[in-house]
Ligand binder design. Structure first.
Ligand SMILES: [Fe+2]
Length: 292
């Protein structure tokens, strides 16, 4: 694999998650936004208002798909019907890549709807990488896997989380969606140095970065996506950009969602670091939907 295969995504700039409370404002005012990330599952339907709105967004903006239910780490085989419907949506959106989480969440056809942490074992590395490879072949698009925030660990783990992530993406030949907020939340909950994590990640595999806010409690941190990005998370972001270079960046904000301009301003703070980051020499993937 070329060392910089995922750097083509770097010129996407700074995006925000597309959320229902902002639909009307985006469609009527058409703010200038580099790109929107959608939750694929919200649009994997045959019709209706959500899909109609998405089509109108696609007329004006680049859209990238992010999923929450592939569960690459589950022991059961990926759901063929889910993959088929996901692929149909990728054809509609023209997404240049598809992301989902490095986790498990289903057993024998029953879905937890949670992003559950994996044991960091060699067996899990092999199984998870195999599933990602399969999805990548079926979807015919690069997959980026995202590190999740976690609140429990397994005694059976044979390596650190960052070693596990590197091993999985190498074997799957896929990219990384590095969520620096998740790294920070997990580092607090499991008492490791988050900068060690960021410094260990293979920079050639990182195609996108998530930033988000979280909630602080006395004994733990919770990944709530309902606050501005906290300073220690910006520090991790700065270090990630220093290592990876200019990278597609996305602010997640899913609860207590502020007015669109407030949310977008928070995301655009990332430009402070992106502005001085080296640009990839590779052009961004073609997308028929130029940013407004
Ligand atoms: Fe994330």
């Amino acid at each position: 694999m070329p060392a910089n295969r995922f750097n083509g995504f770097t010129q996407y700039g700074v995006g925000v998650g597309l959320r229902i409370p902002h639909y009307d404002e985006i469609l009527s005012r058409r703010p200038v936004v580099d790109w929107f990330e959608i939750i694929s599952e919200n649009y994997m339907v045959d019709g209706g208002n959500a899909l109609a709105t998405l089509d109108r967004i696609l007329e004006q903006y680049r859209v990238v798909q992010h999923g929450v239910s592939l569960y690459f780490g589950s022991a059961q085989r990926l759901n063929d019907d889910h993959l088929r419907r996901l692929k149909a949506l990728t054809r509609r959106t023209g997404t240049p890549w598809v992301s989902d989480h490095l986790c498990w969440g289903s057993v024998d056809g029953t879905y937890s709807h949670d992003l559950l942490p994996l044991p960091y074992t060699w067996e899990a590395v092999e199984r998870t990488a195999q599933q990602i490879r399969h999805a990548q072949q079926e979807l015919e698009l690069p997959i980026l896997v995202e590190n999740v925030s976690s609140y429990a660990e397994f005694h059976d783990s044979e390596m650190t989380e960052w070693e596990f992530l590197n091993e999985v993406v190498e074997r799957a030949d896929c990219g990384i969606l590095l969520d620096v907020n998740n790294i920070y939340v997990s580092s607090w909950n499991h008492d490791f140095d988050p900068m060690t994590y960021v410094n260990a990640i293979d920079p050639a595999r990182v195609g996108q970065i998530h930033i988000a806010g979280h909630s602080r409690f006395e004994k733990y941190r919770l990944d709530t996506h309902d606050h501005p990005v906290l300073d220690p998370v910006w520090k991790l972001y700065a270090r990630a950009i220093e290592r990876v270079g200019h990278t597609a960046t996305l602010l997640e904000w899913d609860d207590r969602i502020p007015p669109f301009d407030e949310l977008h301003s928070e995301a655009l703070k990332a430009n402070r670091w992106l502005a001085s980051a080296p640009q990839s020499p590779i052009a961004a993937p073609e997308n028929r939907h130029a940013a407004a």
